[in-house]
Design a protein around this ligand. Structure first.
Ligand code: SIN
Ligand code: CO
Length: 377
């Protein structure tokens, strides 16, 4: 599938722009027709299960106000004509056909793509000049939006507001984006997008775990899977020094203790499979009403049913020496590489027909709620 990078090849983008420099791609999605409209997004913002925010305010007045969803329809209908933005996260999970849009970013590892956030803005709507810690592709889906960016800027944030808004902002570059245009921003670039008309921006946000996220999750994983891992030891320690001092040797031993856990190949790799196959929001998959056995799976596929991934399950696979395992929302399933590749790719998964290879793996994934069968029409 062609990457939505205009005339730029994915390799050239990765080499010259990814994580390095902003890039404006005019008509990245030529004649883009959003599959969801403003009313659909407003409807989602009224649902309990969707994470939504309403930001109003202006720059440089800094009269920001943030409210969190779910909202009431009446509340949204009564919004003023200008200066607000309604943002909804994880839209592709609430509306799975939009996962096809994220598949266009397959030139990046699947686990790197976090979610599709949709913002609906009235003229003047903005979330203020700010900096994100992750890469983002800002696709203009409807209406026009003016984006201003700065690679050098004063990092001070406005203290009196819940949003991470920069106190001051001097743009270095500016563009007006129309439907189908897309702006790529690496982390750490200050940006400020103001809606010129009522419109929608679709943000394809990347995931970049912090060291704190990684260590917290790894600590939890160690406690759960390996007892407590190794323990501090200090054979042949000299009897000297102040007893209250945590001395340099102890610090080195602690570093070695931590490094030993990270270096243990199999366990750390298995941890990564579990960690990266989970979304930011943990969502317990619901098992099917009736467990599926191999005969039922065969019968369903023969009758034209199609296998689909649970949109809240992230599926990845890892090679361990001579073996392969699929990780689905943190759970591990041993299988052959061919099966792993198939179940992780929504399109290839949908093409699975009888005879099913490794039916037990498919049944396990179905019965744990990571896959489901969509009845054929
Ligand atoms: C927006 O769509 O209003 C904000 C997106 C962003 O700045 O990351
Ligand atoms: Co941003």
């Amino acid at each position: 599938m062609k990457a939505p990078l205009g005339t730029l090849a994915a390799d050239a983008f990765l080499q010259d722009y990814w994580q390095r420099r902003p890039l404006l791609i005019r008509q990245a999605f030529p004649e883009f027709q959003p599959e969801l409209d403003i009313d659909d997004i407003a409807g989602l913002a009224c649902e309990e299960m969707a994470e939504s925010r309403l930001v109003s305010g202006r720059f440089p007045q800094h009269d920001w106000r943030v409210r969190y969803g779910p909202f009431r329809e009446r509340e949204l209908a009564a919004l003023p004509e200008r200066d607000w933005t309604l943002l909804v996260q994880d839209v592709e999970k609430h509306y799975p056909p939009l996962r096809a849009l994220l598949e266009r970013f397959a030139f990046l590892p699947r686990w790197r793509v976090d979610d599709l956030m949709v913002s609906v803005a009235a003229p003047g709507g903005s979330v203020g000049p700010h900096v994100d810690q992750y890469d983002v592709f800002l696709l203009q889906a409807q209406g026009r939006r003016r984006w201003q960016i700065a690679e050098r800027f004063a990092p001070e944030l406005r203290a009196d507001c819940e949003l991470n808004v920069l106190q001051s902002f001097e743009p270095e570059q500016e563009w007006t984006l129309g439907p189908g245009d897309m702006l790529y921003l690496p982390p750490g670039v200050a940006h400020h997008g103001v809606a010129l008309d009522t419109g929608m921006t679709w943000s394809i946000g990347m995931r970049a775990p912090s060291a704190a996220d990684l260590f917290q999750a790894f600590g939890e994983w160690l406690a759960e899977h390996r007892g407590e891992g190794a323990r501090y030891t200090d054979p042949s320690r000299p009897a000297r020094g102040d007893t209250a001092e945590i001395d340099g040797r102890a610090i080195v031993r602690f570093r070695e203790l931590a490094a030993g856990e990270l270096a243990a190949d199999g366990p750390f790799t298995a941890f990564l499979g579990q960690f990266l196959s989970r979304y930011r929001l943990a969502h317990e998959p619901a098992p099917p009403e009736n467990p599926v056995d191999e005969a039922a799976l065969r019968a369903a596929l023969s009758a034209g049913a199609v296998l689909r991934q649970n949109p809240w399950t992230r599926m990845l696979w890892i090679r361990f020496d001579s073996q392969v395992a699929v990780f689905a929302a943190g759970k591990r399933y041993a299988c052959h590489e061919e099966t792993a590749v198939r179940v992780c790719d929504p399109q290839r998964l949908a093409e699975v027909t009888e005879p099913v290879p490794e039916p037990a793996v498919f049944c396990a994934l179905l019965n744990d709620g990571h896959l489901y069968l969509e009845r054929g029409s």
